[in-house]
Design a protein. Structure first.
Length: 230
């Protein structure tokens, strides 16, 4: 089953002054359950492409279907709602709310999803267990290591049970041991819960774990290969 279907997607920043063609005529087809690395030099358009696939940014041209829904034609309020229910995001800089505990950072999303309090408590615990942090429920981001913060961010991304998670350089701020641990958790979620992952990275050790590697240069896909993860 197709989960991402992007057709002829382009993004040009500053079209009226000094145009930057960040993404150019990209076609992308990803099946449910894939574990895909998006690689390429800095400035090649990885973030822009991820943001457009995830409905955080709109293309200047082209269409994006996520799980059969054409997100590029949804009005903003419907798009926000679709994102909240169907898409998880993980960012390089974790983006946790510093004044909230791990539990509250995740509970907050469940509250947006209108989950009742008792169910919320249960779900937060399940999610934190999945990333090995059930003992850090009441810790604030500042009290956690980078690796632990990113694991909270992954748990938060999974709060709505999305079929797909986009991760933009999720290991960029992690030491190699934490990076490997994070990738192992993502691979486990991919395998056991069939969650599709599309993550950008520079890190060779992370690229090795992917089953498909898509390379972007100057906003264009220059290669798309299947590999055996190691
Ligand atoms: P990557 O994630 O591969 O480093 P980006 O998607 O961040 O690449 O950037 C692709 C190109 O688009 C770069 O030339 C970058 O400077 C440009 N760019 C990204 N975001 C903006 C923006 N908001 N306004 C103008 N140019 C941008
Ligand atoms: P940090 O989070 O401190 O950057 P790691 O993410 O590598 O570092 O994890 C720190 C320790 O937590 C590891 O040595 C490991 O034993 C334990 N740990 C990490 N992930 C899990 C998990 N999913 N389940 C249980 N224990 C874990």
């Amino acid at each position: 089953k197709t989960i991402i279907d992007a057709h002829n997607v382009s993004k040009t920043f500053n079209p009226d002054t000094i145009p930057v063609h960040a993404v150019q005529n990209v076609h992308l087809h990803i099946e449910e359950g894939e574990f895909v690395a998006l690689v390429g030099p800095s400035g090649s358009g990885k973030s822009t492409l991820l943001n457009m696939m995830g409905g955080l940014d709109s293309p200047t041209q082209g269409t994006v279907f996520i799980d059969g829904v054409e997100i590029t034609k949804l009005p903003e309020n419907r798009l926000i709602d679709f994102r909240l229910h169907n898409i998880g995001f993980v960012f390089q800089s974790f983006n946790l709310i510093p004044v909230l505990t791990a539990k509250e950072n995740i509970g907050f999303v469940l509250q947006l999803l209108r989950m009742p309090r008792v169910k919320r408590e249960e779900r937060v615990l399940t999610l934190l267990k999945e990333v090995g942090l059930e003992n850090k429920l009441n810790s604030k981001p500042g009290e956690l290591s980078g690796g632990q913060q990113q694991r909270v961010a992954v748990a938060r991304a999974l709060a709505s049970k999305p079929k797909i998670v986009f991760a933009d350089e999720p290991t960029a701020n992690l030491d190699s041991k934490s990076a490997e641990n994070l990738l192992n958790i993502m691979a486990k979620l991919n395998k056991e819960e069939k969650i599709t992952f599309l993550f950008s990275t520079h890190d060779q050790r992370v690229i090795r774990k992917a089953r498909r590697v898509i390379t972007l240069v100057d906003g264009k896909i220059i290669s798309d290969i299947e590999q055996t993860p190691s």
